[in-house]
Design a protein around this ligand. Sequence first.
Ligand code: NOJ
Length: 606
Amino acid sequence: MSSHPSSYIREDLISLCCRRTMQPRCGNSACHVLMLVLCLSAAEDFDWTKNNHGSFYYGTFPTGFSWGAGGSAYQTEGAWDKDGKGLSIWDVFSHKKGKIQLNDTGDSSCESYYKIKDDISLMKEIRLNHYRFSISWPRIIPTGVKSDHVNGKGIQFYDELIDHLLENHITPIVTLYHWDLPQVLQEKYGGWQNISMVNHFNDFANLCFEKFGDRVKHWITFNNPWSMAVEGYETGEHAPGLKLRGTGAYRAAHHIIKAHAKVWHTYDTQWRAKQKGLVGISLSGDWGEPVDISNQKDIEAAERYVQFYLGWFATPIFHGDYPQVMKDFVGRKSVQQGLGTSRLPVFSSQEKSYIKGTCDFLGIGHFTTRYITQRNDPTGRSSNSYFTDRDLAELVDPRWPDPGSEWLYSVPWGFRRLLNFVKTQYGNPMIYVTENGVSEKMMCTELCDEWRIQYYKDYINEMLKAIRDGVNVKGYTAWSLLDKFEWDEGYSERFGLYYVDFRNKNKPRYPKASVQFYKRIISSNGFPNQREVENWRRKAVEMCSSSNQLLAAEEQRSTAANILRLIHDPLTSHMEMVTEIVVPTVCTLSILISAVLLMFLLRRRN
Ligand code: NOJ
């Protein structure tokens, strides 16, 4: 990493442990206990020695900084087969047994399709400046092919959403592709394995510019293409569920990058002068920190981690080609495997210049950090995968808080480093943070999410420090506005500022404590002083306990109603119960069992 920080203060003894993460990252599960050294030396673009993990910075964001929250079509809309919508790869994938936790689907999810006005009231309550959402391609072009048919009702839905947002002074930030490819394109062409996606996607994007571009000024072509490529075509954990190890992800990414560039050029040549908007891409990236910074091999491994993640997409878009380290590693491994050419596709020189510079702003989705150490692929030359191509192992510090998703550890300082990395590597582009947030596991209903308050407080503070470092961050998007369908995790992980009761057909929303806290950050445009920030936290937690009681009462009421039905008509009601209580929580289950026992005893006495 040419500009990788080579200097910062490291702490005492840190025990690091391999943990199961989203992907098969750590080959062995042994704990590593490593003595990390104190190391100080001169920094080039960023003074890493000042990155004191413990210190909180009180101060405000630049005037005009945009505060938002987000969601995506498949994760929130529901209405999967309504009003002429075509099938997406996620509709089909989630309907296959065994792909999603508890075989859940996004069929109805938050029913946001029917709740535009309600959700906008929630946004107003927080005083959001922007809302990030995505357009479902098959909702407006059911087969994915524009010349086949454009669905007027789909256009109308997004028209209304955009209009209502604007009427309420909320800027729409619109993602064109948040993973829901029209199923027909998958079946006919193999989806992103096929170059023909570039033109189909361009036609779809062009239609969106035509229909909505008079009002939408911030466009994101793709959300998190890393995940599309790796989880969709390498591990198969996500739709379309293909396991084309060692080649599928690289091929998909190659076409995605070309499609992004084409759409940027379409906007640039056909719409920009008139509509005056911006077109960017949203890339995700965990930060990778060397385990032992006195070890050159670890430093290089950490660099590779970030380059294979964020750099895979950002380097072509900003510099015209894949990171050198990717070309070297995948190329070398391909030769060792006896292949005539690299598994990493090659851009022609024409393509390089066409792709370079196709980004008006960079969207960054960031959640967590890993420690990285050099490790050669133990499976040897026969193994063929994106993961083994990198020759590294990922580790986590067991002391890092991990309140929700298994892969998500709270490591705020990694955020500042990632943002500084973007600044130095890609010429300080305009950045919108398009996703940042934390989940909770769906155990007992809990609206008093103090750990989320802590996460937001610390991550947003690290972003503020990054802005002070000179990183050009223009906006921040809390992820997410609502609890929602969390891909292969179903509804088991809740990222929302608002709790959604998925068991209730009306999908009511309840504010978590973090709503109050985030709202204060927004109204103060930062963190005024310690006393006030502490007050916000205290008040937020106080306020949430009454909503918590409300929700608990509501849950008990619906549980009791279900039990009554169960007792009156044991056979059919039981069948209803199973479908209605989509995911019984630990709490509800215990209430249910005690109530059934109680009724049983009462009946026997009678
Ligand atoms: C990134 C994805 O873009 C988003 O849809 C998802 O909710 C978050 N990761 C959290 O898993």
